[in-house]
Design a protein. Structure first.
Length: 302
């Protein structure tokens, strides 16, 4: 227990200033309709939370169309939703899924990393770190119901979860494909993948920027289960019920035991990691290749 409490105190102490900054933006999110049983339900423009108080579970639906790219605003709303659910004793687990057909998340928002100033890049990167830390260390059971393609940052978000269920659709590839964009996945992206699929598979996947279709994703262990598309949510629900059967304190402590060393690495090197990112992303060559990639995405339509 001391470890869990210590970890929570450390995490909160380090993360609070930024979270306070988020809450200082009124009007973006806020309490809405009641969820029944005295449970407050809430929504924000980009995150829809569907609480099931009887089960102790909330479904968090990402709806930042067209592709659920992880913009600064969207990350902010996701984090506020997570924090509210963590602070509400009704909830023991969340299922994160997408409200955008065919797309879980297109990953980090490329427009946040292109043509902006260094201050913006630093702010954005801090929010990405925060997303990873808060989801990776959440005391809730977090299950990803992956109902669409999930490259790069989208894959990272699902890797922070305790369990991943992927819809069996050949279009729904998942992986850390950063090298294909000419960028390098930071050490904590890499560590999360290594912790999930092992060193050798992670090395190959990262160097080649592999996006795994469902059968491959299951074989390598990027996801835990592949099911027909219409069974993703129900499977996530039944897996959640199994996880919630475990005594909460023992499960939470075990989660922290497994994840703390990885999280600590970022917590101790957080500022240096931001500086590295800003230096890297500001390079002319990187800006050019990101611009070219975005242009390619836009021209695909025409
Ligand atoms: C250091 C670590 C750094 C980075 C980690 C990352 O996460 S980088 C982001 C990596 N993501 C990708 O490589 C995915 C890029 N997107 C796609 O491959 C496709 O968009 C996708 C997800 C397969 C969906 O294809 P679809 O045909 O359905 O949509 P389309 O490509 O036409 O995209 C619609 C509009 O969304 C814009 N967009 C797509 N992805 C992003 C993104 N990651 N960030 C910002 N914007 C994105 C795309 O340009 C289209 O814009 P529009 O103005 O409508 O033309």
């Amino acid at each position: 227990m001391a470890l869990a409490v210590g970890m929570r105190v450390l995490t909160r102490a380090l993360l609070r200033p930024w979270a306070r900054g988020l809450r200082a933006a009124p009007g973006r999110t806020g309490p809405a309709a009641g969820g029944g049983d005295g449970v407050r339900c809430f929504r924000s423009p980009r995150v829809l939370v569907e609480p099931d108080p009887a089960a102790g579970v909330a479904v968090v639906k990402m709806r930042n169309p067209p592709v659920n790219s992880l913009s600064l605003e969207f990350l902010t709303e996701l984090l506020i939703s997570l924090e509210k659910l963590e602070n509400d004793k009704t909830f023991h687990g969340i299922i994160i899924t997408s409200d955008c057909p065919g797309i879980f998340s297109a990953g980090l928002d490329l427009t946040e990393m292109c043509g902006r100033d260094p201050e913006h890049y630093a702010e954005y990167w801090k929010a990405v770190q925060e997303m990873w830390l808060r989801f990776y260390l959440s005391n809730l059971v977090v299950i990803a119901a992956i109902n669409g393609i999930s490259p790069a940052g989208g894959c990272l978000l699902s890797l922070t979860c305790d369990y991943r269920v992927l819809a069996n659709n050949p279009k729904y590839a998942i992986g850390l494909n950063e090298t294909l964009l000419g960028i390098v996945a930071p050490f904590w992206f890499k560590d999360t993948l290594v912790n999930t699929i092992g060193h050798r598979s992670a090395e190959r996947a990262l160097q080649l920027g592999l996006l795994f279709p469902p059968a491959e994703a299951l074989r390598v262990g990027v996801v835990d289960q592949v099911v027909p598309e219409d069974q993703v949510q129900s499977t996530a629900r039944s897996v959640m019920a199994q996880w919630l059967d475990i005594p909460d304190h023992a499960r939470q402590l075990t989660k922290i035991l497994m994840r703390k060393p990885t999280a600590d690495r970022l917590l101790t090197e957080r500022d240096a990691d931001i500086e590295n990112f800003v230096r890297f992303i500001c390079k002319d060559s990187i800006q050019k290749s990101l611009h070219a990639y975005l242009e390619k995405l836009k021209q695909k339509k025409g």
